[in-house]
Design a protein around this ligand. Structure first.
Ligand code: ME8
Length: 518
């Protein structure tokens, strides 16, 4: 058995009510970057995503299109899987809530909660937001609308089962207060604390007015509330309660549930309370990221103002899109999407800084030394500062990734590339090349920059996993896996005698004039 430390990360399971947009792509790509980073730093990682296929919203969407819910979701979920493949997402599993392996676990947990008296039958009279699949009491509505999405709510009056949430509220609050890392960032934690303190009602956990859901095992005219069904995916996918529960034993509790800020409440109140009630460990951390907004407001499938990630991938390439998403959204805060901003980022960071450093370095090594670099001479002038930054950056990236600050981690890597570009201006290898006595120094300067490129490429791999395949051959390292891992991030490992190659620019500059701006 491997003695590596484990790391389990999840994305929300998205509703197949329509195609996914770049907001969803952001969450999944961010989770993928974290998963890849952890793998690269030596963890045994399990990364889960999936689809949340039941509920009234999906049933209605299917009916509007004259399809059965299953026909409808089958097609859309195939699109999800295609998108994740195109985005180079390295999930270990994909859970669909319509799978038997999931349904069994949801029913088992519901039955247990009922048997131990935490679920009871009553009737629900109150409001429901179908797009959010959320129950609301009158007092929480804002101007009569859903306080989360602002859309109209519907009045429900139906027989329902209820989960005794109120019984667990104090324990939940204590858990949040005792574990400052449980909800990140801090602003989200404060929101949740005040939500609980404002009073929790028991939660309605079944519906009777439609049937697209998992049946309540002891009362089949009820279907289980879609959020209780969906949240359980995080353990059903690991085989919890099944004969073969090795994955559950190995990976639960999750290290991170990464979600958008819109659904932090479900993950930090409802889900942990269900786990508490069935006496299972709680996830270690829920990270609620901000939204990617358009000038016209939040992107939403129902508003129709969505940006299709597939179109952007075809136009700009998957690494550039991943880079843009991961760099643009500061940790926990919202960010605005525009194609101009995307092109600007690609040009500035990838074409001018990172790509240009690669191209000019490889071109010079080719021109002055027919591609071959020798071991460097003693450091001089600005060398020490460059080397110090290259030595410090991996640790800085580690700290930032532990704090889930993906955008800042990328900024730190790009800062190193920027410093190396400046170093080239300072050392002016083109001038050294003219002096036959400076050939040793010229080699040292170019070696130092090539070593920065190696170190930066290793670090950037989790964010742009397509890059190494193109970058390692340029650095003559395609067959040197020992120089491509996180444990190789020590200055000076690039061996003398390495042969660099010239190639096509890694990130060609995009002419902003070619942009089709609406
Ligand atoms: O809520 N910016 O699914 P969903 C950033 N099925 N992220 C965004 C975004 C935006 N504009 N729009 C959506 C559900 N997201 C439930 C989840 S989990 C047990 C069940 C991302 O299809 C963000 O992560 O509505 C958000 O939380 C998620 O998509 C909502 O996806």
């Amino acid at each position: 058995m491997s003695d590596k430390k484990t790391f389990y990360i999840t994305t929300p399971i998205y509703y197949p009510s329509d195609k996914l947009h770049i907001g969803h792509a952001y969450t999944t790509v961010a989770a993928d970057a974290m998963a890849r980073y952890k793998r690269l730093t030596g963890y045994d990682v399990w990364f889960l995503t999936g689809s949340d296929e039941h509920g009234q919203k999906i049933e209605r969407s299917a009916r509007e299109r004259g399809q059965t819910p299953l026909e409808y979701v089958d097609k859309i979920v195939a699109g999800f899987q295609n998108l994740w493949q195109k985005l180079n997402v390295s999930n270990n599993d994909f859970i669909r809530t319509t799978e038997e392996r999931h349904k069994r676990v949801v029913q088992k947990i519901f039955q247990k909660l009922y048997d131990q008296g935490d679920i009871y039958k009553s009737s629900y009279e109150g409001w429901y937001c179908t797009p959010c699949e959320t129950f609301w009491t009158e007092g929480r509505l804002e101007e009569g609308n859903c306080p989360d999405c602002g859309r109209p709510v519907e009045l429900l009056r139906e027989e329902s089962y209820f989960f005794k949430m109120s019984k667990y509220a104090d324990r939940m609050l204590k858990h949040i207060e005792d574990n400052p890392d449980f909800i990140q960032p801090v602003s989200r934690r404060n929101e949740m604390v005040s939500f609980i303190k404002s009073g929790l009602e028991d939660l309605c956990v079944s519906r009777t007015t439609f049937d697209w859901g998992i049946q309540v095992p002891f009362d089949p005219k009820h279907v289980i509330y879609v959020w209780v069904d969906a949240l359980t995916n995080y353990i059903s996918a690991l085989g919890y309660g099944e004969e073969h529960d090795e994955l559950y034993q190995k990976y639960w509790p999750a290290d991170i549930h990464l979600v958008g800020k819109d659904i932090v409440r479900f993950h930090t109140i409802i889900w942990p309370m269900i786990l508490m009630a069935v006496d299972l460990p709680l996830p270690k951390q829920v990270v609620g990221h901000g939204w990617l907004l358009l000038e016209s407001g939040k992107m939403s499938k129902s508003k129709g103002n969505v940006v299709d990630p597939l179109v952007l991938i075809d136009k700009y390439g998957v690494d550039a899109i991943r880079y843009y998403l991961l760099r643009e959204l500061p940790f926990g805060a919202d960010g605005y999407y525009s194609e101009e901003a995307l092109v600007h980022r690609i040009n500035q960071d990838l074409a001018n800084d990172f790509g240009n450093l690669f191209n000019r370095t490889c071109a010079m090594v080719y021109k002055y030394f027919k591609g071959q670099l020798e071991a460097p001479g003693a450091p001089e002038g600005p060398d020490a500062e460059l080397i110090e930054l290259a030595e410090k950056t991996p640790g800085a990236v580690e700290d930032l990734m532990e704090r889930r600050e993906i955008s800042n981690a990328l900024a730190a890597i790009l800062r190193l590339a920027g410093r190396a570009n400046k170093y080239l201006e300072e050392t002016a290898p083109w001038a050294l090349a003219k002096d036959p006595e400076k050939q040793g120094r010229l080699n040292t300067v170019l070696y130092n920059v090539a070593e920065v490129l190696r170190i930066a490429t290793v670090m950037i791999t989790p964010f742009m996993p397509g890059l190494p395949g193109r970058a390692w051959p340029l650095l003559g390292m395609e067959d040197r896996p020992e120089l491509q891992g996180w444990d190789s991030l020590e200055w000076g490992k690039l061996p003398g005698g390495t042969v660099l190659k010239r190639g096509e620019p890694l990130f060609p500059r995009i002419d902003p004039a070619t942009l089709e701006v609406e």
